[in-house]
Design a protein around this ligand. Structure first.
Ligand code: PMP
Ligand code: GLU
Length: 385
């Protein structure tokens, strides 16, 4: 067989750990094993009917061709209105690009802004794909640890001040955050803003979990702070809030100069997001609230259930304020713990080390209370908690 050589960039990254573990769980299940899959971050609900109806109607109406590369006008308008309702009123429809998933939005932004040698600051634990995307763009990830501050950002600001340099091009914020569910305070974001302005750093704010929160307070968003409108790129998507992971629909808002440059990557790679899916996205944003609230209520109940169950086992878990993940402290060898959890207890979780923070397992509680209870019983039975 021909010996193939591959580009350096693929050698720099590994497959997505979250997806790899959920694939492993799926393989075991195909072999007849009953796995409680708490690995991948995917709502266990079906997409709300109104969204499915809108997609069906768009298909019936023949919306099956290419759309304008940056997205259909009604969706870009609806997204701009959502941004404005969140205090990000500087993104007009011309500042919005619709992508096949938030992941693609992030990928395009890294490709557009990061050059060889550019540093990109990530707060650990950080979602698995940020580091890979930085590396695929030939950039250098710089890690600032928040785990020792229970994932809070404010106490990590001194470390951030030491981490930023003239080479720092980008900084990535994700609040509510994957894998810990923490929400960054306004004060912490102000600290980030001060450094971003001083060092002329662009900030990507990944707000994909913004509708899944367990507090009554409005979510602090860095783009709303003085001095940040022109340097904040806000990424979001439909996967999590509307249970639309498989539809692949996301977007970003950015200054026009960035839209113009990133638009080249977008048009040469994906052309546009799927046409009838974009029409369904308009319905999601304009008409679907109740189902989102019901899903968030269900996540809130499961979160309570898990927190009290772990407390009963003497396991001290930092309370998530949003998203549907929690970081559970396990043995230092978290990889081994997760291997044992899946092989022995048939409970799939993701090792904290995949997010840059060993000693934890990430649990997604986008699963029914019964299955969560089953997972706890099994982990207990095998002495894992
Ligand atoms: N950002 C974060 C923090 C995520 O957890 C995910 C989940 N996959 C994404 C972005 C991208 O999601 P999607 O591509 O499904 O919109
Ligand atoms: N973001 C989700 C997770 O962290 C989905 C999988 C992925 O894209 O990484 O599990």
């Amino acid at each position: 067989m021909t010996e193939r050589s591959f580009a350096d960039r693929v050698g720099r990254v590994s497959p997505s750990a979250t997806l790899a573990i959920s694939n492993k769980a799926a393989t075991l299940e195909a072999d007849g094993v009953d796995v409680v899959d708490l690995s991948v971050g995917e709502p266990d609900f079906d997409t709300p009917e109104a969204i499915k109806d809108a997609a069906n109607e768009a298909l019936a109406a023949g919306e099956t061709g290419y759309t304008p590369s940056n997205g259909i006008p009604p969706l870009r308008e609806a997204i701009a209105e959502k941004f404005a309702a969140d205090g990000l009123d500087f993104y007009g429809p011309e500042n919005v690009v619709v992508t096949p998933g938030g992941k693609q939005a992030l990928f395009e932004l890294f490709q557009t802004l990061v050059d060889t040698g550019d540093e990109v600051v990530l707060f650990d634990p950080a979602w698995v794909s940020y580091e890979a995307m930085v590396k695929l763009a030939d950039g250098t990830p710089v890690h600032v640890d928040t785990a020792r501050h229970d994932f809070a950002l404010e106490p990590a600001l001194d470390d951030l001040a030491e981490a930023v340099t003239d080479q720092t091009k980008l900084l990535v914020l994700n609040s509510p955050g994957n894998p810990h569910g923490c929400i960054y305070s306004e004060k912490a974001l102000e600290g980030v803003r001060d450094l971003a302005v001083d060092y002329d750093i662009t900030v990507i704010s990944d707000e994909i979990y913004d509708q899944i929160t367990y507090t009554d307070e409005a979510l602090p968003r860095i783009g709303t702070l003085d001095g940040m409108a022109d340097r904040t790129l806000t990424v979001n998507g439909f996967s999590k809030a509307y249970a639309m992971t498989g539809w692949r629909l996301g977007y970003y808002g950015a200054p026009e100069s960035i839209v113009e440059q990133a638009g080249k990557i977008h048009s040469h790679s994906v052309s546009c997001a799927t046409s009838f899916v974009q029409h369904a996205g308009v319905t999601a944003l304009r008409e679907v609230d109740e189902e989102v609230e019901e899903m968030v209520d269900a996540f809130a109940e499961r979160r309570e259930f898990l927190l009290s169950a772990f407390a009963d086992h003497g396991v001290d878990v930092v309370e998530p304020q949003g998203a549907f993940y929690m970081m559970v402290p396990v043995s230092e060898d978290d990889q081994q713990w997760c291997d044992d959890a899946i092989s022995d207890a048939h409970v799939a979780t993701v090792p904290g080390s995949a997010f840059g923070t060993p000693g934890y397992a990430r649990l997604s509680y986008a699963n029914s209370k019964e299955r969560l209870g089953e997972a706890l019983d099994r982990l207990d039975e095998y002495g894992l908690i």
